[in-house]
Design a protein around this ligand. Structure first.
Ligand code: NOJ
Length: 785
């Protein structure tokens, strides 16, 4: 009989609770937690080089290496003033950020390697987040392709363009898990799921860094923001994060660990505090976990002025905070210059050990060596290479292909006997309504490198190119105001839109957020449509339906966070999530709307019905009172459903898919074993399409509470009408494991449930049982402090 039963605890259907006195089976020791290598930064050559330089450096030169300063911005691009140049000449600067362009970067590098005493090259960093000049979909959108090769491809092309312009280092990927869409930076990451987040993190690292970091087209990647930045209270950027040690390891840290295992070369701590310690002063995070437990061999760069901001956090004066950050493990200081200005006196007085400075310098010099900067400080950047590599037709083609995969078809109703989408090509007229339809800057999204709005194809342009014989009219309707307007609105803009809606054969309403409504310092208290866009949509749908009850009205969203759009979902003919897709936005969207490409994107985040549901995520815990309509006393709301408007993983296509015949290679296994799950996936519709088959797992009963389900695998499968394919997933100890009460990573015996299907709401289920004792995959990591 189970202990759960013994104690009168009601377990869920699957019967088993771990007997406490079971034998431990250790299948992996702590050292097996190491990444495959030390990521190559501490190799013998780099270490020898760093050590020999260190022996020659003055304290001022060392502190200079630990300093990164922003370039200025002139009329034609980034500049460095005379003071900056002199610092380079004096060996008092290790790095610039925001300096790009072959001419200026070569000029500064030449000063560093020819005019400074020790000829140490600069390392030049820039935020190449989703493209340098060829802008790809925002990272949240690319995550929705569930296609790691797409993420890697976008990063690779970004690296090719950035390095041509003399950039060595990108502050990407951002791998923060975000469960609260009010937080504007949700746009920069892969969404709410640690598994998808880990896959996308590793893919981007591989894409940026390439096979060989020394290659002139590789950029050093930075995983950020370490850690739990996405947990900002109330979704307010930079805010305090309250997170348990267990959630930190189960939810927030896995994508970082995946990036380290993929060989990421740099880490940026987060602005927030956890457990009373801001990340930039957190030796547990930056040294115990990152360096000692994960064996990270690269360098740690602060976020912008974040060392100085430790004073605002309340940790003390400038000397104290600089010392805390250095001691915690921050190697390079971005933007503020406390290391350079405050630490020399402290080191000379013996209050700060010289060894701390030395080890930070070594980390930076080793990374410079790994990038090949001591062999070719210019890494082949040149104006010719810029001309040949930037915004090429091939890069644009990739941007269009990736953008198509990212678009999510949320609803598609049958109107007049046929699905609203794809659009009929024999329309005589089409009305495109909404200011975002012509907003090329917003197509690029937040953090768009050096992308230019004139490079971007707008929704209106894309449709006009694709439908040269259709009369396409456009009206903005309402301005794109940030604050949501309540109550009825009547304006000349809305009247104009209503007129178009009455006269056109079909309507495309383009609604959502401008590019700067998400990203850094762009949190919102509401995730509903900003401004008066809802009123515009309601007026347009009313006018269209009054003129013809079966008129097709398609709503297309452009946005950097999931939006609560219940009314649009209920009242339009089809709803399409296009996020901000980059330079090929309009073309990719036209490909989807006209059916040249069948939608295959899935939601990387749950979409709430109302803001008040936030934070909302599919892999939540069950609680003792799981929500149900049957009675009052359970975990729900009295004014809105508890369920999301659209679940994580949701996304339709122009065909349909059926999942049948779930088989497991075994029904019982030991915790160190694997099981293979297969399912038959059939294209049950009338046209070809690609489905993302998703596998979710639940540990039915465990010594600590576990999520109701968690993504553990996915496959993109393309099928012709009527075609079937057997899709298989292999699940092993790492998939079953979690952190137990003692923070050991374990697999506990007992029942597991798996679901396979089209989203996190998949219903086709199977079961297996882990027998034997507790399998310990790893002892407890360094304890949280
Ligand atoms: C602040 C942001 O938090 C970080 O992500 C970015 O890399 C730096 N600024 C540099 O622009």
């Amino acid at each position: 009989m189970s202990i759960a039963h013994d104690c009168g605890i009601q377990s869920t259907s699957h019967r088993y609770f771990m007997p406490l006195a079971f034998t431990l089976v250790i299948v992996a020791s702590a050292s097996a937690q190491r990444p495959p290598s030390d990521t190559g930064f501490a190799n013998r050559r780099a270490t020898r080089l760093a050590d020999s330089l260190l022996a020659l450096m003055t304290l001022e030169e060392k502190l200079g290496q630990l300093t990164q300063t922003p370039a200025g911005f002139g009329q034609t691009g980034p500049t460095v003033d005379a003071g900056g140049e002199q610092m380079v000449r004096d060996g008092k600067l290790g790095s610039f950020l925001n300096l790009y362009g072959a001419d200026v970067t070569r000029r500064m590098q030449r000063i560093a390697v020819e005019e400074s005493r020790l000829h140490i090259p600069l390392i030049l960093g820039f935020d190449v987040i989703h493209g340098m000049r060829t802008i790809f979909p925002v990272p949240l959108a690319t995550a929705g392709s569930f296609d790691s090769s797409a993420a890697a491809r976008a990063a690779r092309i970004a690296a090719v363009e950035a390095t041509a312009m003399g950039v060595h280092w990108t502050f990407a990927p951002m791998v923060d898990i975000a469960r609260d869409a009010r937080w504007g930076r949700i746009v920069e990451g892969a969404g709410e799921d640690p598994y998808l987040g880990s896959v996308m993190a590793a893919a981007q690292v591989r894409g940026f860094q390439g096979d060989n970091l020394r290659a002139p087209t590789s950029v050093l990647a930075t995983m950020k923001h370490f850690a739990a930045y996405g947990g900002a209270e109330a979704g307010r950027d930079y805010n305090v994060v309250s997170v348990s040690e267990r959630d930190l390891w189960n939810v927030y840290l896995p994508p970082f660990h995946a990036a380290v295992r993929a060989g990421v070369g740099a880490v940026m701590p987060s602005f927030n505090e956890i457990n009373g310690t801001p990340s930039h002063a957190n030796d547990w995070l930056l040294t115990d976990v990152l360096r000692k437990y994960w064996h990270f061999g690269g360098m740690v760069v602060s976020d912008w002025s974040a060392i100085m901001e430790l004073m605002q956090h309340g940790l003390g004066d400038s000397v104290t905070v600089a010392t805390r950050a250095l001691h915690a493990g921050v190697d390079m200081e971005m933007s503020s210059a406390l290391y350079r200005n405050k630490l020399a006196t402290e080191v000379r007085a013996g209050r700060v050990p010289k060894s701390l400075v030395d080890s930070a310098v070594v980390h930076i010099l080793r990374v410079k060596a790994a990038l090949g900067l001591f062999d070719d400080p210019y890494r082949g950047s040149s104006t010719e290479r810029e001309r040949a590599n930037i915004l090429t037709a091939e890069h644009r083609k990739a941007a269009r292909e990736i953008a198509r995969e990212a678009i999510v078809l949320l609803t598609n109703r049958t109107v007049g006997g046929a699905p609203a989408l794809p659009l009929r090509r024999d329309l005589r007229s089409l009305a495109v309504i909404g200011a975002l339809a012509v907003d090329s800057a917003s197509a690029l999204g937040a953090w768009h490198g050096i992308g230019r709005k004139e490079d971007a194809v707008t929704v209106l342009d894309g449709l006009r190119r694709a439908l040269p014989n259709v009369a396409i009219s456009y009206a903005a309707g309402v301005p794109l105001d940030t604050v949501r307007v309540e109550g009825p609105v009547s304006t000349p803009g809305i009247t104009e839109a209503e007129q178009l809606a009455r006269s056109a054969d079909a309507i495309i309403l383009v609604l959502g957020e401008t590019g700067d409504m998400s990203g850094e310092a762009a949190s919102r208290t509401s995730v509903e449509l900003p401004g008066a866009q809802l009123q515009l949509a309601q007026a347009v749908v009313r006018a269209a339906r009054a003129s013809n009850p079966t008129k097709v009205v398609i709503a297309v969203l452009m946005n950097g966070r999931p939006l609560a759009v219940q009314w649009l979902a209920d009242s339009t003919s089809a709803l399409v999530e296009s996020w901000h897709l980059g330079v090929e936005h309009g073309n990719a969207l036209a490909d989807i709307l006209l059916g040249d490409y069948a939608p295959s994107g899935k939601l990387p985040v749950s979409v709430p019905r109302v803001t008040g549901q936030l934070p909302i995520y599919y892999n939540h815990k069950n609680t003792g009172r799981p929500p149900s309509e049957r009675e009052k006393w359970n975990s729900k709301y009295i004014d809105a459903p508890w369920t999301p408007l659209f679940p994580f993983g949701h996304g339709l296509s122009y065909t349909t898919f059926g999942y049948t015949n779930l088989r497991l290679s075994r029904s019982t296994l030991r915790g160190s074993d694997s099981v293979t799950l297969t399912v038959d996936l059939t294209n049950t519709g009338k046209r070809a399409g690609t489905e993302v088959a998703q596998l979710y797992l639940r540990d039915d009963a465990a010594s600590v509470t576990r999520p109701v389900r968690e993504l553990r695998g996915f496959h993109r499968v393309t099928l012709q009408p009527g075609q079937s394919e057997t899709v298989s997933f292999r699940l092993g100890p790492d998939d079953f494991a979690f952190y137990d009460r003692d923070m050991r990573r374990v697999v506990e015996p007992g029942g597991f449930t798996v679901w396979v299907g089209e989203s996190s709401a998949a219903t086709l289920e199977g079961h297996f049982t882990v027998t034997g004792g507790v399998t310990v995959l790893a002892p407890a990591p360094p304890r949280f402090r």
